[in-house]
Design a protein around this ligand. Structure first.
Ligand SMILES: [Zn+2]
Length: 267
């Protein structure tokens, strides 16, 4: 069994009125399904001011620095303040990426082009990937997200759902045609992995489950969607871990070991 890195999960206290898994719950789930590490994103930071949520996410992830890899978020509607907040977060090497949810954050990237370009350039300078929710109109179609990769060719852009179900064909073609565009296989149907692979190739696909916000059950189902797709060992290794390790630069920047043995998150 190959190693697994989950490139798309959520770690937050709550999703609106629903309580979410704690960091300890999340790591228990990772252990249960033999997942080595997970990129963790906020949820409420897409609805509420980002800085406090970035700090809270970092605090949660820091309980398991060898397992949980936080991605910061900023609100491009804030203009210069968004760029400043991203610089503040990425000054801490624990943040290894940036996450946007244009639908929930209610922005059209094309109308905030200057700020988005600033933010994408900051990410490129810090050599971290930028993952965006995609697959849903009006602000998060796969085409809109892919445009960002064309605006800023030096930035690594990841389609957070590889087109989801509706845009999977577009995602596969765009991932094939745009060198700095990747796709997280997180949401498309089981049979769609083959299509993504045939068009975009195994180096462009990352495994993600989206678990954490709505319980653990998404994780084993989505692992099985990959394991049962009839891939070669080499394709499995790239999609389940190798591509994530490369984008996160785990070779040159290994995840920190915890200073103390893992402890339960205070509830
Ligand atoms: Zn998500």
């Amino acid at each position: 069994m190959t190693r697994i890195i989950d490139f798309h999960t959520h770690l937050d206290e709550r999703w609106l009125h629903v309580k979410c898994d704690s960091a300890a719950d999340m790591v228990r789930t990772l252990d249960r399904f033999e997942v080595e590490a997970a990129c963790v994103f906020t949820i409420m930071g897409f609805y509420e001011p980002c800085p406090a949520h970035n700090d809270a996410l970092l605090r949660r992830a820091d309980q398991y620095p060898d397992r949980l890899i936080p991605f910061a978020t900023v609100d491009p509607k804030q203009g210069r303040a968004a760029a400043d907040e991203l610089e503040r977060c990425l000054a801490n090497p624990r943040f290894r990426g940036v996450k946007f949810h244009p639908w929930l954050q209610a922005f059209a990237a094309s109308m905030l082009r200057d700020t988005m370009l600033d933010v994408l350039q900051i990410a490129a300078r810090h050599r971290v990937p930028v993952l965006l929710h995609d697959g849903t109109p009006p602000y998060s179609t796969t085409y809109q997200v892919a445009n960002l990769a064309r605006w800023s060719p030096e930035t690594t852009i990841v389609l957070g759902h590889a087109g989801s179900a509706d845009y999977v064909d577009a995602a596969a073609q765009l991932m094939r045609d745009i060198p700095n565009l990747y796709g997280c296989y997180c949401g498309p149907r089981a049979g769609d992995l083959r299509r993504l692979l045939d068009l975009a190739g195994p180096e462009k696909i990352l495994f993600g489950s989206d678990f954490g916000a709505a319980g653990w059950r998404l994780l084993p189902e989505r692992i099985d969607n990959v394991l049962e797709a009839g891939l070669t060992d080499q394709q499995l290794e790239l999609i389940l871990a190798g591509n994530a390790a490369r984008l996160l630069k785990l070779d040159e920047r290994p995840l920190a070991q915890p200073l103390l043995p893992h402890r339960e998150e205070a509830r």
